[in-house]
Each structure stands twice: as structure tokens, then as C-alpha cells.
Write a protein that binds this ligand. Structure first.
Ligand SMILES: Nc1ncnc2c1ncn2[C@@H]1O[C@H](COP(=O)(O)OP(=O)(O)OP(=O)(O)O)[C@@H](O)[C@H]1O
Ligand SMILES: [Mg+2]
Length: 253
């Protein structure tokens, strides 16, 4: 499998005296779709924020492409971030910018490329996520939830897209749109060969797209395995999460 592109060792994070991540160890390999599942407040988003270097570990380390993020200065960190796209849980599109300006934001801010060139690039990226050229000149408030997720994804792959991190890409979306987003994640990996880390509560999405799944519980990575291994886990906490996720809705009626 070669060297992992993301290597996490004994990652601890304490915020306001509370231990949010309790010693995470994890390797993620090139081209892999690694899905992180777990309940609300278990630390999934916090873990992603450490992988992009938005947070610094209290203890332990996160290495991306062999470099310890905590040892890099802002400039070096920016260079690595160029290879990483992050689809935020909240979507985080700029409401005052048109769709194409959101997608091409990096180029508008960090390069001297003329606007029409950036707009063309943005339209190309929108196509990659199956959005029509017409969407380019709309504002985020004019889009549906599913379209916003696609626009965020287009922005995330605008850099070099070697690693794409998705935080709850299907939350708040209807089942059909969710499955479309799932297909999109897999097809981007297949086409770009990027490594993907996907945080989700959605078990159906997790088992259908993952190469491996990690279950996080109260800041601990309790189990890592293939979808099949996770579905057949003997750990009662994993079993409960999986069963609720796959059959819970049916049982509630
Ligand atoms: N900036 C912060 N300041 C203080 N506490 C925080 C901060 N960010 C996260 N936390 C706490 O860390 C814990 C883990 O939060 P995190 O957002 O990582 O959970 P999550 O697994 O992503 O949950 P969800 O599924 O609801 O998105 C929570 O108890 C949260 O309150
Ligand atoms: Mg979260």
C-alpha cells in the first residue's frame, strides 16, 4: 500500500479542559475512500479540522504527505492546503459571491489569472460535479441544498485535489440527492485518483462508498475495518450505531 498520505499518531485534543480526541491512531492511503462514522459530538469534525491543520493537536501528530503539520509555518501550510479540498459541514459558501466566484475563489485570491479565465475554469469544475453552466452566475441563496453541496465540492477540487475531506456531504438532503452525492464522491476518486475522507452519520452512504470505515465514539477510534467487517462487528457500540443507521427509520414507524 506504500506510505500513508495521512498519518495520525496519538492525537489528543483538549478544549477548555475537556478531552475531545483521546489518542487517535490512523493511517489513510492514497486513493482510498475512508469514511468516519459516529454519533453527534463524538469528535468527527474536530478530527477533520486537525487533518487540514485548522486545529493544532494538544498532543500527538498529524502528518500529511510525510510532513508534520504542527511543524510547518503558514506559508508551508498553505502549500499543503492547496493539495487538500475541504467541504465544510455548513457548506460555507460566500453568499455575496456568485457561484463561479465561489468555485474559483482560490484563483481569484491567490493568482493573477484574469477573471474570464477563472470563470471558465469554474464552469469546467461545475461540470465535473454535474452542474450546468447556467448555475455559474447565480448566488448561493438561489440554489437547493444538494446544489450547494455540489458547488462546495467543486470548490474543494479546484486546487490540486489530492485529498478531499467531506464533512457530512449528504446531511439535510433527500435520499435521491444523497445517493447522487455518493456517486459523485466515488466518481471523483475514480477520475482524479484523490484520497477522500468522508464524515457521515449516514450508514447507507458509508457502506456504499467506503473502502474502510472508522467508528469514533466519544473521541476514541473504537474500530476500523472494511464495510463488511464493520457490519459484522462484535462491538456492541458499533452494532447499535450500525443497526440504528440501517434499520432505525423503519422501526420508528
Ligand atoms: N470550538 C470549540 N470549542 C469548544 N468545544 C468544541 C469546539 N468544537 C467542538 N467542540 C466540542 O467537541 C466535541 C466534538 O465536536 P465535533 O464537532 O467534532 O463533533 P461531531 O462528531 O462532528 O458532531 P456532529 O455529528 O454533531 O457534527 C463536542 O462536544 C463539541 O461541543
Ligand atoms: Mg460535525
Amino acid at each position: 500500500m506504500g506510505e500513508p498520505v495521512i498519518r495520525i499518531r496519538n492525537l489528543r485534543k483538549v478544549i477548555d479542559g475537556r478531552e475531545i480526541l483521546k489518542g487517535i491512531n490512523l493511517d489513510i492511503y492514497e486513493g482510498e475512500i475512508f469514511v468516519i462514522i459516529g454519533g453527534s459530538g463524538s469528535g468527527k469534525s474536530t478530527l477533520l479540522k486537525h487533518i487540514v491543520g485548522l486545529w493544532k493537536p494538544t498532543e500527538g501528530c498529524v502528518c500529511v504527505f510525510g510532513q508534520n503539520l504542527a511543524e510547518l509555518d503558514e506559508q508551508e501550510l498553505d502549500k499543503i492546503r492547496l493539495k487538500m479540498g475541504y467541504v465544510f459541514q455548513e457548506g460555507a459558501l460566500f453568499d455575496f459571491l456568485k457561484v463561479w466566484e465561489n468555485v474559483g475563489f482560490y484563483y481569484l485570491e491567490h493568482t493573477n489569472l484574469p477573471k474570464p479565465v477563472v470563470r471558465k475554469k469554474a464552469i469546467e469544475l461545475l461540470r465535473q460535479v454535474d452542474l450546468d453552466e447556467k448555475v455559474a452566475d447565480l448566488y448561493p441563496s438561489q440554489l437547493s441544498g444538494g446544489m450547494k453541496k455540489r458547488v462546495s465540492t467543486a470548490r474543494a477540487i479546484a486546487g490540486e485535489g489530492r485529498i478531499i475531506l467531506y464533512d457530512e456531504p449528504t446531511s439535510g438532503l433527500d435520499p435521491v440527492t444523497s445517493r447522487n452525492i455518493d456517486r459523485l464522491i466515488v466518481s471523483l476518486r475514480d477520475r482524479l485518483g484523490s484520497t477522500s475522507v468522508v464524515v457521515t452519520h449516514d450508514m447507507i452512504s458509508a457502506v456504499s462508498i467506503a473502502d474502510r470505515i472508522g467508528f469514533i465514539y466519544k473521541g476514541e477510534l473504537l474500530e476500523v475495518g472494511t464495510p463488511e467487517q464493520i457490519l459484522n462487528s462484535k462491538n456492541p457500540l458499533v452494532r447499535e450505531f450500525v443497526e440504528k443507521g440501517l434499520y432505525g427509520l423503519k422501526r420508528e414507524r
